[in-house]
Design a protein around this ligand. Structure first.
Ligand code: ADP
Length: 503
């Protein structure tokens, strides 16, 4: 038995997402053996409000964990550690004596504190908040959500001030529950999304706590993303193993993509696109309203990143399928797009809900320009894939300009990253190599890697890179003239899309 403990076979990653709780079991080659996804209900108490039941989050997560252990027939002694990655910014407040939440989890998407954020902006707090936290004042982040729960009932506030309540993001809640209430921690990547954490001093910021009237005693201790925080409680999980990583989902994907060094970036082509650029050991202040965030805290060394997102990524493909009905399923887009050499002059700007970084125009709306009688369905498909890639390019350009960094390559994942046509075009216009890994489950892989490092399952990042396998590499092929024309037309099209709804 002691022999088994010295040679554990598995690492388990818990990927607690917005719509489902997922568990993935990996072997020591980082091969995904089994995974299980369990959905849980979304709660919409009012328009724009989004909540989750924290107990449902925990119960689905435990059920997924137990399922993969059973599937793999893994003995507790064979499990080296559990790592956690989570939906970010979502916040929970609970009673430390009863273990019961005092309110539902307020989810990152929830807009209930938008007015409070406007007030902070009006009071001139944007600059100081951005300087301390790297964030833009927005209801998206945890701080104002936590304030909202505390202010919702004087009894809650009193209990919090008396030290009877504990707060945290989803990682904190899960670790506290898994450890049987013994461990109240978060990691620096999650802390950096709260709008309460100073990313320079690496402490909860007293000025911001005062500004939002949040008692320091409810906040978790902030740890590295990779270290043994404690053990799972056998009476809850059925076994006792180390809990050894905690990291926000996008940061986990960056690590799971092997973007360990400055100048490496990943993009997730999901419904929207999520981009992170590793900017190294110093935080970079953005001039383009990108977010400065902590990418990783490993062996007490902090790595920073710039983060930006595109609202309409794969969702643009869904629009072709569900609204225009010119394709019947997503994979059809690639077949049609590759049947033509270019978009025949058609340019789509999918600003259906405005434009995000670096344009930031909420009044922008979608436009289809350059249409002639020669534009066929296939050209529209191609223009759609190009539009996703061109929006990604705009964010990357803003990032590399802010950071004064040349992009080494772009690692990609997410549902739409199966599109070869789109990725070839992405490489062409970025003039950079685009790399798609075999395992596009990069979020859980990142958490697994970090837990494995903490317990010596993997020795170092070099060993992790040996486990990381490439599916396909896309190299720039487009001639310079075509590239310049496309860039010029895109810039013109973006200008036409701007300011539409207002006028
Ligand atoms: P999320 O995590 O945001 O739900 P996913 O990573 O699951 O997103 O990706 C979903 C997106 O991937 C959808 O918007 C869909 O249009 C796109 N997608 C799925 N399959 C394909 C395909 N074969 N070709 C291109 N895009 C696809």
């Amino acid at each position: 038995m002691s022999q088994e403990k010295e040679n554990p076979k598995y690492i388990i990653a818990l990927d607690q997402g917005t719509t489902s709780s997922r568990a993935v079991i990996y072997n020591n080659q980082a091969k995904m053996l089994f995974s299980k996804n369990i959905e849980f209900p979304q709660i919409y108490p009012q328009p724009g409000w989004v909540e989750h039941d924290p107990m449902e989050i925990f119960e689905t997560q435990i059920a997924a964990l137990k399922y993969v252990i059973k599937q793999a027939k893994a003995k507790p002694t064979e499990i080296a550690a559990i790592g956690i990655t989570n939906q970010r910014e979502t916040v929970i407040l609970w009673d430390k004596n009863t273990g019961k939440p005092v309110y539902n989890a307020i989810v990152w998407q929830c807009r209930r504190t938008a007015k409070l954020c406007e007030l902070l902006i009006k009071k001139g707090k944007s600059q100081i908040i951005q300087e301390k936290t790297g964030l833009i004042v927005d209801a998206y982040f945890s701080g104002t959500k936590l304030k909202w729960i505390l202010d919702s009932d004087p009894k809650i506030k009193k209990q919090a001030k008396n030290g009877n309540l504990l707060a945290g993001t989803v990682d904190t809640w899960l670790i506290w529950k898994l450890s049987g209430g013994k461990v109240h921690i978060t990691d620096k990547t999650n802390a950096s999304r709260t709008m309460l954490y100073n990313i320079h001093t690496l402490n909860w910021d007293e000025d911001l706590l005062k500004l939002l009237d949040i008692p320091r005693c409810i906040l978790p201790e902030v740890k590295n993303s990779s270290e043994i925080y404690g053990m799972t409680d056998a009476s809850i999980c059925g076994f006792s193993v180390p809990i050894a990583s905690s990291i926000g989902d996008q940061q986990a994907a960056l690590f799971g993509q092997g973007c360990f060094s400055k100048g490496q970036a990943k993009n997730t082509y999901g419904t929207g696109c999520f981009l992170l650029l590793n900017t190294g050991e110093k935080p970079v202040k953005s001039k383009n309203k990108l977010i400065t965030t902590i990418a990783l805290s490993l062996n007490d060394k902090v790595t920073y990143a710039l983060e930006g997102s595109v609202f309409m990524g794969g969702a643009t493909i869904q629009w072709l399928r569900d609204e225009l009905e010119i394709i019947s399923c997503a994979p059809e887009i690639d077949k049609l797009a590759e049947s033509v050499p270019n978009s025949n002059g058609a340019v789509l700007v999918p600003a259906f809900t405005g434009l995000g970084a670096p344009h930031w125009d909420m009044y922008a709306r979608g436009t289809f320009l350059g249409l002639t009688r020669g534009v066929k369905k296939a050209h529209i498909c191609r223009a759609t894939l190009e539009a996703i890639a061109l929006q990604v390019k705009d964010v990357i350009d803003a990032m590399t300009e802010d950071a004064n960094i040349k992009l080494k390559n772009l690692k990609v994942d997410g549902g739409a990253s199966v599109s070869d046509v789109m990725l070839q075009f992405q490489s062409d216009i970025l003039k950079t190599q685009v790399i798609r890994p075999k395992n596009v489950e990069t979020t859980s892989l990142g958490a697994a890697f970090l837990a494995g490092l903490a317990v010596g399952f993997w020795k170092n990042t070099d060993e992790l890179l040996q486990c990381w396998q490439v599916d396909k590499v896309f190299n720039p092929q487009m001639d310079k003239k075509t590239c310049t024309t496309i860039e010029k037309n895109w810039k013109k099209a973006i200008q036409k899309a701007k300011n539409w709804a207002e006028s």
